[in-house]
Design a binder for this molecule. Sequence first.
Ligand code: ADP
Ligand code: MG
Ligand code: ZN
Length: 541
Amino acid sequence: MKDNYKYKKNFLIFFTTGLILAILYCLFVIPAVNNPDTDKIQPGFFSEQNNTVLSWIFPILLIIAVCMIVSRGAGRRSGKMMSFGKSSAKVYVKAQTGKTFEDVAGQDEAKEALEEIVDFLHDPEKYAGIGATLPKGALLVGPPGTGKTLLAQAVAGEADVPFFSISGSEFVEMFVGVGAAKVRDLFRQASEKAPCIVFIDEIDAIGKKREGHTGSSDEREQTLNQLLTEMDGFDGKKGVVILAATNRPESLDPALLRPGRFDRRIPAELPDMAGRMAILSVHAKKVKTEPDIDFAAVARATAGASGAELANIVNEAALRAVRNGRNTVIQADLEESVEVVIAGYQRKNAVISPKERETIACHEIGHALVAAMQEDAAPVHKITIIPRTSGALGYTMQIDEGEKFLMTKEEALARITVLTGGRAAEELIFGTCTSGASNDIEKATQLARAMVTRFGMSEKFGMTALETTSDRYLGGNSSLICSSYTAYEIDGEIRKIIRKCYENALDILRQNIGNLRELTDYLLEKETLSGSEFMSIIAKK
Ligand code: ADP
Ligand code: MG
Ligand code: ZN
């Protein structure tokens, strides 16, 4: 029926094109050929007799050829339009993704869980013999850039079975029923090719919780229902494994997560110190580096960075090496690119007045001194007053010595004190304050709020949860869960914490006012101080 329709349509296109060309021919070509002037211009070839034959047969052949080309092109186009409801999943086999578990550094727990699935697909008898069935689906969850998509590609490379890869958003369609048809088609193809793996990236696009009211979400709901049905429909022994990835697992419909569907949850967390080192060296293999690169130092400076950010740091370092006319990457390239990723590029030709430069230097030394004088603050790594494209006019980098998973109350207070140190120094030296502390103020307030509402670190509220966090993997949106009176009191607590820390910072700087002045001058002259330089100057006193 569909084919019949296509046939008719092609024929119609063929026929109309022919007609148009014939009319054009009659209007222009015949008069021109019969025109005696033309004969004079082209003597010999068009003699009187073969003139008529050629002038008819040749154009007719031409018309037919043109018609065929046009109608074939149209046919191809309409073929695409008719594939409504076909899934656009890409099928990979090993050679095409080219990724293996070797390419994924760290993430050992995730790799282990996925290796089991790969093993099942290679040797199903081993599992069937004991009566075990494979989990039907596994859900990769974690913050962006931690290698979820990469892990799935690595599974494809390792498993040596067909691999269907599709993004959740490709199911989202304008017309009700089309997304569901695509799901049906995908699973039909998959069960034909079993054993195989189906990977749905960013599944939250179709797997969101269903809501009570209907209407605009009709299409999405139908697609989700179809997915649920399909996942129940095929039997686990056949060897179709469904992998999915998301960074918003809370938003998924509970029906998707129940056993028998995505019953396995594989977390891909941000890498720890060892993981960061491993990721850096995996990516550094792709670029030429000097042999004496210290990845540990870079890993220490990048606490909280994701795999994607680390990959970016290595690439930025390689670009910087090229820019400086070298053909290998050196340590300084990596260190500079860490700062590029944190704070943006240097603005070498920014014009800053001497007075403002002095204020900025004083502000940064304020942070650094307060950090150095407190036991619970992380050591100073670098102080600079070179402006960056992120808008920072200068900054003080602190790096913890070891990997930290917990923060004590003292450390939290010390961090807030360091953040207030910049403003405190401006206040002491110049007797006024500037807008330069806005970023510090924001960070200090955030941390103080978390201390009160989430960490149970205030005396007034103790261990009461006053806030919930959603979208943990996407930075976390928190919302208060308390009365407005309590909200009012929370604000009071936050103010109290910050004020106390600010007083403390002022005290520290008053006791070190000589250091503050001297180091400010030194920084103005040098522009950048390393942590060890800074500490040796203080130690001399
Ligand atoms: P997402 O979790 O958001 O899907 P991706 O898998 O797309 O993240 O990761 C993006 C890039 O980051 C990868 O192509 C890879 O270069 C790098 N990357 C992330 N995690 C790792 C890792 N564990 N090992 C090596 N590279 C990684
Ligand atoms: Mg991804
Ligand atoms: Zn500051």
